[in-house]
Write a protein that binds this ligand. Structure first.
Ligand SMILES: Cc1cc2nc3c(=O)[nH]c(=O)nc-3n(C[C@H](O)[C@H](O)[C@H](O)COP(=O)(O)OP(=O)(O)OC[C@H]3O[C@@H](n4cnc5c(N)ncnc54)[C@H](O)[C@@H]3O)c2cc1C
Ligand SMILES: Cc1cc2nc3c(=O)[nH]c(=O)nc-3n(C[C@H](O)[C@H](O)[C@H](O)COP(=O)(O)O)c2cc1C
Length: 782
């Protein structure tokens, strides 16, 4: 085969050398526009894990690269006059120039033809090639020639960055955050050889504009950064090696992924590799790793499927299929990390204390969890747990095991929760005439005995026609209130848990069958008339609701007030107003379901007017010493619907009206929604609202392990975590999760004590029987 790699970056060179090494009979050339020892860029960072596969594929170049590496374990943060450091993160840094020179030499030794100083026009220049590797980087001419084939999906990110260097040597991966009159700037700094460190400075578009950086030449920007980071630079100068770039040299990161990675141009097969196919933000430092991994996988497929011309189409197809999965995973983690740096000024830097800021930064990609940090640096994590517990009123003077964040108590007004786990409201469709009965007592009571700090009953409807189904709980008469009181008394007498009641009105989603008979399907008999913000049915087959008039509003407000009074009489500790999931109050908040033209429709202010009226009326009758939360759908997951930006606006309005906390759910507003599910998928909404609006939050949704809850609470992404489905699977979810992380100090109900030690011993035995996994700081830490 004749193979031409266009572009001699890490992707092109590494593929050429692996392929030539394994199949020397092929003619392989690398065409590069730069001179051999002339390249743009400072140091790149690898994780230890990347080196493992490089060693397996080509020990010769891997050894040379490893010898040239600067290895370090520590991350240091300079923030608001503090200096914090953690260890165990395992990075290696190498100069890009050095890396490419090693790969170039290895290519030459193996017989790859290296053609320098040739600016290729792309694949059309090599009609005799059987295979063309488009390894020509992010601005790939080849990809740009066939946009309809490769379908590049490009997102230009809002932040600006400049890639500089300095001769000051840093012995840790260092982050330095500095506040200016126009916003925050951050420097990402790492040493990559014995003379130089990379120094990337990043800021928002707004700060960049207001400081006039767009109008300065490179030297002007360097002088600005030099001054801003003078403390950390300590007299050393910043340098650029991109004088060839015109203008200011501040760039925007472009996130790229292609719909297809290969193409037959009539003569040759063309395949994208490295930055030509995809990019990963420098916040996770994986661009070079992805390029190298692409090169390895393509070689691997030639080895497996055969390296003759006729096998090329099959090889390219499998290569793309396999690499796409890994790239998606890395891009996902890179997106979280990149977004953290994009919002750090508006969200965290002014609000979090340095200790929590450090924790938030370390877990920014959400690939590194609480227990993962414990593996990396147990002493640091213990110190952080101690700090967090101390902040939350725990005596931390002893030497015993520190209390993980989810087990620290939490208080709002005069309601004191023993821990941060909430049993999320879940409709059980098992009530008759809205009455809480023995089923609910056992169901909810067992979750209170099972360790949840706050047990929410399901959505409890404020009138018979406010119910979702005939089986829903209600709170519109004294008999119902007395049944609630029986339950609240049971919980208070038998556990440390507190009781929450979520009051709500189903609106356009009412008068439907119980879930197991047909979710959202209208009841066939005994239904009731529906009301909503607008006369829009939920399903095509649903009843068309009446758009509420003023009289309806007054009645429904009064119904909420009555329910709140009954909840207070029952002795509940916490009230939640259900403004989510497309039910009545939620239908006012979303432009998808509210098309009113009066003062209750249109702007955010108008759409929130009625829900706020209800909230304020309820707040007035609900005891002042007890909290009220509001559950919002923070994302409608549908074009034209609400986004987290809208949710933040509503959160601010409820906060101003006296809400104590926002319970951050999403969806169920619009039947055709397209939610993106995944671990902790709604936590970013809680993070945004808590830290931008400055109101406590509950995170909910796919939180299924103690490690998830600890990571969320420790980072300040929420104050409480609500756990729904895992509580259906296991009433004692909280007690079991404590045992799983080896925390034996959490009390069990006294009647169950003899089960505790046995459960813990069995877990310990099972853990010992399984050989412990090879743990260590091998994953990319950035
Ligand atoms: C600020 C910043 C920091 C980064 N930090 C890291 C990091 O810490 N760790 C990390 O792993 N990655 C990092 N990266 C990403 C990394 O630089 C790239 O992801 C990686 O180099 C991609 O390799 P590649 O071979 O696909 O492309 P490139 O390295 O871009 O190589 C493409 C090559 O093709 C050549 N070329 C282009 N067009 C032509 C043409 N028409 N004819 C001939 N030659 C051509 C170019 O001259 C270049 O040499 C960073 C990137 C940036 C911008
Ligand atoms: C069976 C069931 C019933 C639910 N009923 C309610 C409800 O009455 N009110 C509410 O706000 N959310 C309700 N939800 C949503 C949950 O409170 C929670 O937000 C959702 O299940 C995501 O959490 P999870 O991933 O821990 O299950 C219900 C969920 C389930 C599974």
């Amino acid at each position: 085969m004749r193979i031409v790699c266009i572009g001699g970056g890490p992707a092109g060179l590494y593929f050429a050398l692996l392929m030539k090494k394994l199949h020397p009979e092929h003619s392989i050339s690398v065409v590069e526009r730069n001179k051999p020892y002339d390249t743009f860029g400072w140091g790149v960072v690898f994780s230890d894990a990347t080196m493992v596969s490089m060693k397996a594929w080509d020990p010769e170049s891997a050894t040379e690269i490893e010898d040239a590496f600067n290895h370090w374990d520590d991350i240091e943060l300079l923030f608001k006059g503090t200096r914090q450091r953690t260890s165990g993160h395992g990075f290696v840094g190498i100069g890009r120039k050095k890396l490419l020179n090693i790969l170039q030499r290895r290519c030459e030794a193996l017989g790859v033809e290296l053609v320098f100083e040739t600016d290729s026009n792309g694949d059309v220049d090599y009609p005799d090639a059987d295979l063309i590797i488009a390894s020509d980087g992010f601005n790939s001419k080849i990809r740009n020639r066939y946009p309809e084939v490769f379908e590049p999906d490009l997102v230009v990110r809002p932040n600006r960055y400049i890639w500089l260097g300095t001769n000051k040597l840093f012995d840790a991966f260092t982050f330095d955050f500095r506040k200016t009159d126009h916003g925050w700037f951050q420097a990402h700094i790492y040493k990559f050889d014995d003379k130089t460190s990379t120094f990337i400075v990043e800021t928002t578009e707004e700060a960049y504009e207001k400081h006039g950086l767009g109008r300065m030449d490179q030297q002007g920007s360097i002088d600005f950064c030099q001054e801003l980071f003078s403390e950390v630079l300590d007299g050393s100068e910043l340098m650029t090696n991109a004088r060839h770039l015109r203008g200011s040299a501040w760039l925007n990161f472009n996130r790229l992924i292609c719909g297809k990675w290969s193409h037959f141009n009539g003569n040759s097969h063309v395949v994208l590799m490295g930055d030509a196919a995809h990019t990963a933000h420098f916040a996770i430092g994986s661009g070079t790793k992805l390029a190298i991994d692409d090169a390895i996988e393509l070689t691997n497929q030639f080895n497996k499927l055969g390296h003759s011309k006729d096998k090329i189409p099959a090889v390219l197809e499998t290569y793309e299929e396999i690499r796409r999965v890994d790239v998606a995973r890395i891009q996902n983690a890179a997106r979280n990390a990149m977004e953290w740096f994009e919002v750090v000024g508006q969200r965290y830097a002014d609000t979090l204390e340095p200790e929590q800021f450090m924790y938030s930064m370390l877990t920014r990609s959400q690939r590194i969890s609480h227990e993962n940090l414990r593996l990396r640096d147990p002493k640091w994590l213990e110190g952080y747990e101690r700090w967090f517990a101390g902040k939350n009123g725990i005596d931390v003077s002893g030497n015993g095991r520190t209390l993980p964040p989810m087990f620290t108590p939490y208080s709002l007004r005069e309601t004191h929760l023993p821990n941060r786990i909430v049993m999320s409201p879940m409709a059980m469709y098992s009530a008759k005439d809205g009455m809480l009965d023995d089923f609910h007592l056992v169901h909810l009571g067992s979750r209170a005995l099972g360790g949840a700090g706050l047990v929410f009953g399901e959505m409890t409807c404020v009138s018979p026609d406010a119910r979702i189904t005939p089986g829903c709980l209600g709170l519109w008469n004294a008999e119902q209130a007395s049944q609630w009181k029986r339950f609240v008394t049971f919980v208070h007498e038998n556990s440390a848990a507190k009781v929450g009641i979520q009051i709500g009105h189903a609106g356009r989603k009412g008068s439907t069958k119980v879930a197991w008979e047909g979710i959202d399907q209208p009841v066939e008999q005994g239904g009731w008339d529906l009301i909503s913000a607008s006369a829009l049915p939920y399903l095509k087959t649903s009843q068309v609701p009446k758009a509420m008039d003023r009289a309806d509003m007054d009645r429904v407000t009064a119904d909420h007030v009555r329910a709140a009074k009954y909840a207070a009489e029952a002795g509940a500790d916490w009230l939640e107003l259900h403004c989510a999931h497309g039910y009545l109050l939620s239908s006012f908040l979303s432009p998808l379901t509210n098309i009113r033209t009066d003062e209750y429709g249109g702007s955010h202010e108008n759409m929130a007017r009625y829900p706020l009226e209800v909230f304020k009326a309820v707040r007035e009758v609900w005891p002042q010493d007890k909290p009220i939360s509001v559950r919002l759908s923070c994302h409608d997951w549908f074009e034209g619907g609400n986004t987290p930006e809208d949710a933040a606006i509503y959160a601010q309005m409820f906060k101003d009206a006296g809400a104590d906390l926002i319970d951050c759910s999403s969806g169920q507003v619009w039947k055709e929604e397209k939610p993106v599910y995944g671990r902790l998928f709604q936590t970013p909404f809680s993070d945004k609202i808590r830290n931008e609006i400055g109101i406590p939050t509950i995170a909910v949704g796919a939180i299924s392990e103690a490690d998830h809850a600890n990571s969320i609470i420790a980072a300040g992404r929420a104050d409480l975590c609500a756990v729904a489905r895992p509580h259906l699977a296991d009433p004692a979810w909280v007690l079991h999760e404590a045992a799983k992380i080896g925390l034996t100090s959490i009390p069990w109900p006294k009647q169950y004590y003899s089960g505790k030690a046995q459960y813990e011993t069995n877990l310990a035995r099972a853990a010992a029987a399984v050989a412990p996994p090879a743990v260590g700081p091998t994953a990319a830490a950035k």
